[in-house]
Design a protein around this ligand. Structure first.
Ligand code: ADP
Ligand code: MG
Length: 250
């Protein structure tokens, strides 16, 4: 299977803080990989490095056969990588449709074409009934849907999702999982950062665990969940007995 993303020996410091240290992992085309770990582990920084918002101090990032380090975010997006932001930042006064069209314009500069792409993405995430509302009037789950639609409208080959389930109730989490499964079935490659472990278990083929910027484990969900180092650093011993402890949410 071809590799969609290859991260090699990636490091990023902020002053004296090593936010990401010598991180390597890869994602096959069409596969979903989860990046998990406690708050401050370096997950969002990894996304910022992959999508060109930060430059690494060392290491390489290749996607679909092209080196990304040094490219600007819009060039990386045009190469087929799209992301959501942990803190949704839509243009609040603009409608849902207009927000999503800003993503669609990347590949389609005509109003009609961009509107059509935006409609497709809005429909896919289930926001059609609200497409004329200002983005700031949306509920939490609808804001997450909007983030997804905006990313999808850029027609990515690789989608990076940063805590899209934060603040959702269990039924909404189920909907979000179903949405991610549908994206995966369409052949999209996905890297997901999430604390909701049951969602991760449902969608991820491989889990990469970060702690203090370093990879401490990588493997199939059931292997990673049973890893003593992962339980110590992140899941908490209560997790194995079904209780929620540590930072992970079930
Ligand atoms: N722009 C920045 N400037 C300074 N420190 C940062 C910046 N971004 C992240 N950090 C720090 O890097 C570490 C990793 O943060 P982050 O990648 O956001 O973690 P996670 O997403 O896993 O919770 C944290 O200690 C955070 O405070
Ligand atoms: Mg984060």
């Amino acid at each position: 299977m071809a590799e969609a993303l290859i991260v090699r020996n990636l490091s990023r410091r902020f002053g004296g803080l090593r936010a990401v240290q010598d991180l390597s992992f890869s994602v096959n085309e069409g596969e979903t990989v989860a990046l998990i770990g406690p708050n401050g582990a370096g997950k969002t920084t990894s996304f910022n490095l992959i999508t060109g918002y930060h430059r690494p101090n060392a290491g390489s990032i290749a996607a679909f056969g092209r080196e990304l380090v040094g490219l600007r975010p819009h060039a990386i997006c045009a190469h087929g990588l799209a992301r959501t932001f942990q803190v949704a930042r839509p243009f609040g006064k603009m409608t849902v449709l207009a927000n999503v069209m800003t993503g669609a314009f990347l590949h389609d500069r005509t109003m009609d074409g961009a509107r059509e792409k935006a409609h497709e993405a809005i429909d896919f995430v289930g926001l059609s009934a609200k497409e004329h509302l200002p983005a700031r009037d949306l509920t939490t789950i609808d804001q997450r849907r909007l983030e997804m639609a905006r990313a999808l409208a850029t027609q990515p080959r690789l989608l990076l999702l940063d805590e899209v389930m934060a603040g959702l109730n269990p039924a909404e989490i189920d909907q979000a999982v179903a949405l991610i499964e549908r994206l995966s079935q369409r052949g999209l490659t996905i890297v997901i950062v999430e604390h909701v472990m049951r969602a991760i278990m449902a969608v991820a083929r491989i889990i990469v665990v970060l702690d203090h910027g370093q990879k401490i484990a990588e493997g199939k969900p059931e292997e990673v969940m049973a890893n003593a180092e992962v339980i110590r650093a992140y899941l908490g011993t209560g997790f194995v007995h079904g209780a929620v402890s540590g930072a992970a949410q079930c």
